[in-house]
Design a protein around this ligand. Structure first.
Ligand SMILES: NC(=O)c1ccc[n+]([C@@H]2O[C@H](COP(=O)([O-])OP(=O)(O)OC[C@H]3O[C@@H](n4cnc5c(N)ncnc54)[C@H](OP(=O)(O)O)[C@@H]3O)[C@@H](O)[C@H]2O)c1
Length: 305
């Protein structure tokens, strides 16, 4: 049997429950992974809450979680290059919060020994989004990048990718995060009223680019600071078009392509994404509640096995 998190209707974290299901068999071209840890991302609770449902009720029970790390324990026909016993991490359709998931090998990466399962499970979604946006903004050495919500999963990875390219990073975060962010080479300013003046105080000549990972109504002043809407990208503000700004929701680089660039940085110690709390599968609702509060430093992860 497999244990998996499911919900039958949209709602708060209380709709999540753990069910026993027959262990899924991999179809041709799929692998099955025994999950050790599953990442928790804002998209998980946004989907669970019905934010993207268009007002329609949920048709059938849904799983939660895209990001996972674990060990391959079965391989479907037509799969080459992957075998039972290999440690991997990657993404799947919603359902990673479970003891077993089926996955497309095209979204898998071999987990190096120096990376724990918890750390690996934290990485896929925020790293893909950070990699995508840093590439979209074409961040170069000597440039100054402003990141809104720099203390979150996406913000921390984007800051380190930008610094690895030789850029300097300013980020908005609550005051209690500023010392931690200094250790990541980020000049932090407090968000909320007056944030743009606080950015100008540390960057009198403005900034070369802005990544908005906050979605908190910061685009107008971000365009003013960067000098052009072309130099601003948001991951989370649906009013982007009103400001001529790009809202990005998916990228072209595959998970293996993203990590071909990111894993060497991690191995050298130039990039890390802290896992600040772990929750057992039974506490998945609490993990969603904490993520939804919106004040995480780094990531939280569900430990399955
Ligand atoms: N479109 C896409 O493809 C895509 C992909 C990935 C993520 N996203 C979205 O990007 C956003 C960030 O994702 P994430 O994984 O980084 O989330 P996260 O880890 O939950 O980020 C939470 C961070 O937001 C900060 N924050 C809260 N209120 C803020 C404010 N008013 N101004 C600035 N920062 C604030 C918090 O900082 P403090 O703790 O200091 O308060 C915390 O560090 C989410 O909305 C997510 O859905 C979109």
């Amino acid at each position: 049997m497999t244990q998996a998190v499911r919900y039958d209707r949209y709602g708060g974290p209380e709709v999540l429950r753990i069910v026993d299901l027959p262990t899924p068999e991999p179809a041709p071209g799929q692998v099955r992974v025994a999950v050790h840890a599953a990442g928790v991302n804002p998209l998980d609770w946004k989907l669970r809450s019905g934010l993207y449902s268009g007002g329609k009720p949920l048709g059938k029970p849904a799983g939660v979680g895209f990001d996972f790390a674990g060990t391959i324990d079965a391989v479907g026909s037509d799969v080459t290059g992957w075998a039972p016993g290999q440690a991997v991490f990657g993404q799947t359709r919603p359902g990673a919060a479970a003891t077993h998931v089926l996955a497309d090998p095209a979204a898998l990466v071999a987990k190096p020994d120096w990376l724990s399962f918890e750390q690996a499970a934290a990485l896929p979604a925020p790293t893909e989004a950070a990699h995508r946006t840093v590439h979209m903004l074409d961040i170069k050495a000597g440039q100054r990048l402003l990141i809104h919500a720099v203390a979150g999963g996406v913000g921390l990875v984007a800051a380190q990718l930008a610094r690895a390219r030789g850029a300097t990073v300013i980020g908005t975060a609550s005051a209690e995060r500023h010392d931690l962010l200094r250790d990541f080479g980020v000049t932090a300013v407090t968000y909320g009223d007056g944030w743009a003046d606080r950015v100008r105080a540390v960057a009198p000549d403005g900034v070369d680019a802005v990544l908005d990972a906050s979605g908190r109504g910061v685009l107008k002043e971000s365009v003013e600071l960067a000098g052009s809407p072309d130099r601003v990208v948001t991951l989370a503000d649906n009013s982007a078009a009103d400001h001529g700004v790009r809202l990005t929701t998916s990228g072209q680089a595959t998970i293996p392509e993203v990590f071909a660039e990111v894993l060497p940085l991690m191995e050298r110690g130039d990039l890390t994404l802290p896992v600040t709390a772990t929750y057992p599968l039974e506490q998945v609702a609490e993990a969603h509640r904490i993520s939804e509060e919106g004040h995480l430093f780094g990531k939280i992860v569900i430990v399955v096995a």
